[in-house]
Write a protein that binds this ligand. Structure first.
Ligand code: GLC
Length: 485
């Protein structure tokens, strides 16, 4: 009989319950991918993977169909706050949803009120630790993601010395986005009787911030691509934690995210007009014309159509793309930008649209269907990120034969091959985070685009890459086992 190997995944968001960004994709698909690993990969063990999330007010009660399970008490300076734990069977594996006043009073998953966010996630973190004890379900690996769950990892490491229940639980902390550290927590921590970290290797300002506290307390750390895991050891990407992270380099790993290849599949995508495979990438032309039609842009078979999809914030380098497009006005490009975020970037995008009314469409909203249509119809995806821990859009684009033009950083560098050998090339990379460097890469891509045979070859290479979760899930399983060696 296989012995159980228990993993608790702890996250602020997870698809299909609630998804704001890439973290939601990962926390939603990784448990499924782990549970789908073949038995021969698991050896003598059987995986028991469970997920715990805050019961955000935006999670649909109808869809999640929560069943009340138990209540735990969280001590706070002014008394005790109750946390209610629910379970949901919606995904086919156990999911726990934690409710309580600091969680239910917030109307969004993340807010601009850093104090409110800090309290919500500190309360959630403490409730998770109480929950596993109340359930008497002891994970082998406590796998926590991003700053929101940092205090759970930190408190776990303290409780290991005080309470037998926690003694053997190992922790893995995954960094999806280093700059977000949980500012606002400094004031909340004392209210929940949590002392600052005493790790002298941490900079002073990090001793009462959830992310650095977790980086110091976790047994193992990882980021979501190998390149990002070495980039964060440098001052350019380390956000002031590079020296500390270097001291942890032997327990810091990089595992590339996978893609949900069922959701993202051009051969079976309900949102696109013409479905296709790597055998007939030319079928994309029908989707391109339909997309141009939808956007009221002139039909253009020869003109390259660029897509840009994502959060409008500094990280994603949308501003670099806007400037680069202006610089290459001599190319008859057409483009569509889809996303929302920073109002200043939104306004700059609208300015460019006013400058190029018959070439550019800026769609400021979250639109799942349109994103599928862009991946299936645009010729190239621009992704000039200033930093990119992994990035999903470039993997989706490649799977759809939409060739990425991206900055050589983090997961972009690990997933896109920009090499002269046409039998392996899948996209175009550039180094400097400047509009000039991006413009130069776009020019190179456009020259290549003018050779239809070479372009189709590149599309086929891109579409045939394996971005599925199975490989990464196996790497996570191996890391979990390494924690137990
Ligand atoms: C964050 C990162 C992104 C990564 C995602 C999931 O959103 O910015 O690069 O793909 O997390 O790990």
């Amino acid at each position: 009989m296989a012995q159980p190997f228990r993993v608790l995944m702890v996250s602020a968001e997870a698809d299909p319950f609630v998804k704001v960004g890439g973290l939601g994709d990962v926390a939603g698909s990784l448990p499924k991918a782990l549970l789908a690993l073949p038995q021969d990969a698991l050896g003598e063990y059987a995986l028991d993977v469970r997920l715990v999330l805050p019961f955000h007010s935006v999670i649909s009660r109808d869809v999640a169909a929560p069943e009340p399970l138990l209540t735990v008490q969280i001590p706070r300076q002014d008394g005790v706050v109750e946390a209610q734990v629910y379970t949901s069977e919606m995904t086919g594996f156990p999911v726990y949803l934690i409710d309580g006043e600091p969680i239910s009073r917030a109307s969004t998953v993340y807010s601009l009120d850093s104090y409110q966010d800090a309290e919500k996630y500190i309360f959630f973190s403490l409730a998770v630790l109480e929950m596993i004890k109340a359930l008497d379900w002891k994970p082998h690996v406590f796998h926590a993601h991003d700053w929101h769950t940092g205090i759970a990892v930190y408190e776990l490491s303290r409780r290991r010395h005080q309470d037998d229940f926690y003694r053997e639980i190992k922790s893995l902390f995954t960094i999806h986005n280093l700059p977000y550290m949980g500012a606002g927590a400094e004031k909340v921590l004392p209210e929940y009787h949590i002392p600052p970290s005493s790790d002298h290797r941490l900079p002073w300002w990090g001793k009462s911030l959830p992310l650095p506290m977790a980086l110091s307390a976790a047994d193992f750390l990882n980021t979501v691509s190998p390149t990002y895991s070495s980039e964060i050891l440098t001052s350019e990407f380390g956000c002031g934690l590079e020296d500390f992270l270097r001291s942890r380099a032997s327990t810091l790993f990089g595992i590339l995210n996978g893609l949900d290849t069922q959701i993202w599949n051009p051969a079976d995508d309900p949102f696109i007009l013409r479905r296709y495979t790597s055998e007939n990438p030319e079928a994309r032309l029908t989707n391109k014309q339909a997309l141009l039609d939808l956007l009221s842009l002139a039909p253009g078979e020869k003109a390259p159509l660029f897509g840009l999809i994502g959060r409008f914030d500094r990280q994603k380098g949308i501003d670099l793309a806007l400037d680069a497009l202006r610089m290459i006005a001599e190319i008859p490009w057409q483009a569509v930008l889809l996303g929302s975020g920073d109002p200043v970037i939104e306004e700059r995008a609208r300015d460019l649209e006013r400058e190029f009314p018959d070439r550019l469409r800026v769609v400021i909203r979250f639109d799942m269907k349109l994103s599928h249509q862009i991946y299936a119809g645009a010729d190239m995806l621009l992704m000039p990120s200033r930093y990119e821990p992994c990035g999903l859009a470039q993997m989706i684009a490649m799977r759809y034969g939409c060739i990425p033009v991206a900055r050589a950083t983090g997961g972009l560098k690990d997933t896109i091959f920009d090499i002269p050998d046409l039998s392996m090339s899948t996209g175009f990379l550039f180094k400097e985070a400047t509009p000039e460097a991006l413009a130069e890469a776009i020019r190179r891509a456009v020259v290549a685009f003018e050779d239809p045979t070479g372009w189709e070859r590149r599309q086929r290479n891109a579409m045939e890459q394996d971005f599925s979760w199975s490989r990464s899930a196996l790497e996570y399983y191996r890391l979990y086992r390494l924690l137990w060696l």
